[in-house]
Design a protein around this ligand. Structure first.
Ligand SMILES: C[S@@+](CC[C@H](N)C(=O)[O-])C[C@H]1O[C@@H](n2cnc3c(N)ncnc32)[C@H](O)[C@@H]1O
Length: 269
């Protein structure tokens, strides 16, 4: 016997604990509706997430949202993963690097989160105006052109969903001495990162070749125990990135951890 639409709607409107009691009384635990504790970023789950209890993280996250830095302001769990990897890096000593910065949402959260143990330097690399055609595959370029056509967005297709944001990024980090903003296309700008010891690497350029070039460049400079956080590894539509990382991981015998946030995490041994 199933609940028909009308009763189902009434049932779903009840507070969740009451739904549970009624369902248990009816011997029908399975009729309770799914009431996720986390529903952001295409992820709905009833897990308890450490980000909720981490008051310092909540403060840093809300501050960055308030500053208007987010491409997507509802990625709490993803941001907490980045903070966790960065706080590990802060203990190791060494510079931090993020490739794919935009207005600096993730990197600003990290710096506020680590306010008492900041990295010696945080290098932020981006064109600050979208993708570089020279480093896109045919498939990636075609996807961006199609996206522009469907979204009706004007401007060069290479800009994708991003705006010109260099000045915004400079403003975001005006109060952080250790931040070095490097403007231009990866991989061309990689040699401008003046650091031999890297303790945290974040790769978030949404295109395969520049991300793998950056990973190959920084891998020998990563200190043992440093984490690499890859933002879009698991997302549908990003298969080219995932395949490129999988091939890199096989070549280098590095196990990758695919996370439900869509990110991928691995450690330098
Ligand atoms: C998803 S956004 C980064 C979001 C950022 N991590 C944040 O916290 O908001 C991707 C960024 O990659 C940049 N990008 C794409 N291709 C690039 C390339 N070859 N070199 C440098 N930046 C690139 C874009 O300009 C864009 O700002």
């Amino acid at each position: 016997m199933s609940l028909k639409n009308g009763p189902r709607r009434v049932f779903n409107a009840l507070p969740y604990p009451l739904q549970r009691i009624l369902a248990l009384l009816a011997g029908r635990a399975e009729i309770t509706s799914f009431n996720p504790s986390y529903h952001q970023d295409w992820l709905a789950t009833n897990h308890w997430g450490a980000y909720t209890a981490d008051a310092k993280f909540q403060l840093a996250y809300k501050n960055a949202v308030r500053m208007g830095l987010a491409v997507d302001p509802k990625i709490e769990w993803r941001a907490h993963v980045a903070c966790w990897a960065a706080s590990n890096g802060a203990k190791l000593g060494g510079a931090f690097v993020e490739c794919g910065v935009n207005r600096g949402f993730l990197s600003r959260i990290i710096l506020d989160y680590l306010d008492t143990t900041p990295p010696s330097a945080f290098y932020l690399l981006d064109t600050f105006e979208g993708f570089s055609e020279a480093y896109l595959s045919e498939t990636e370029a075609a996807r961006l052109k199609q996206w522009q056509h469907e979204s009706g967005r004007s401007g060069p297709w290479q800009r994708g969903m991003y705006d010109q944001c260099y000045e915004d990024a400079v403003k975001t980090f005006a109060d952080h001495q250790q931040v070095r903003i490097i403007r231009g296309a990866v991989p061309e700008t990689l040699p401008l990162v003046d650091a031999d010891r890297i303790a945290y690497l974040s790769l978030d350029m949404n295109c395969a070749a520049p991300e793998i070039a950056a990973l190959e460049y920084f891998w020998p400079k990563l200190v043992p125990g440093a984490y690499v956080v890859v933002d879009d590894y698991g997302w549908l539509g990003h298969e080219e990135q995932r395949d490129a990382y999988d091939a890199w991981a096989t070549r280098n015998s590095v196990p990758l951890l695919s996370l439900p946030t869509g990110q991928c995490l691995f450690v330098k041994c």
